[in-house]
Design a protein around this ligand. Sequence first.
Ligand code: IMP
Ligand code: MG
Length: 178
Amino acid sequence: MERLPGRVLISQDEIAARVAELGTAIGRDYAGRAPILVGVLKGALVFVADLVRAIALPVSLDFMSLSSYGSGTRSSGVVRLSADLSMSIEGRDVIVVEDIIDSGRTISYLRRNLATRHPRSLALCALLDKVARREIEVPVDYVGFVIPDEFVVGYGLDHDGLHRNLGHIAALETRVAP
Ligand code: IMP
Ligand code: MG
């Protein structure tokens, strides 16, 4: 049995249109300011690359590398910080950019971690939100799409490190090898 990308959940065009809307909303909400976008690697890499170009403001871009998953499709609940920011966020407007919020554990850890560094403001932008799976309540300021409880890949999201390079979001499906 193999688990492979199957049914298209969100097409490339739908993603592009929604990313443009999110960029416009952020541009409006942060008018006159210069926020730092913090992309959470590796999953948010593709999303943040598109989002940053949809925001008509002087933005800075930085990254953190976190992982909460082993090779399965369920959160281990253990969050590991494997690469930190390269700049200070003290007194800055920070927008954390995540690929997907599932249990909420990763982002609540990240929120607490970043809050100790005294940013001026701290907001969260997630491409996907699996609302039904939330275990820890976290405020999400910008959401691309709310999706059902299904494991998805593509547009930066992986399964066992693969499928990040798909242009669309697909459901991971189990196939019986012929
Ligand atoms: P949480 O800590 O349970 O909220 O999980 C968040 C992290 O788990 C995300 O940043 C993803 O890296 C990963 N994740 C959760 N659901 C999926 C999925 O459906 N596909 C790929 N990665 C996922
Ligand atoms: Mg992630």
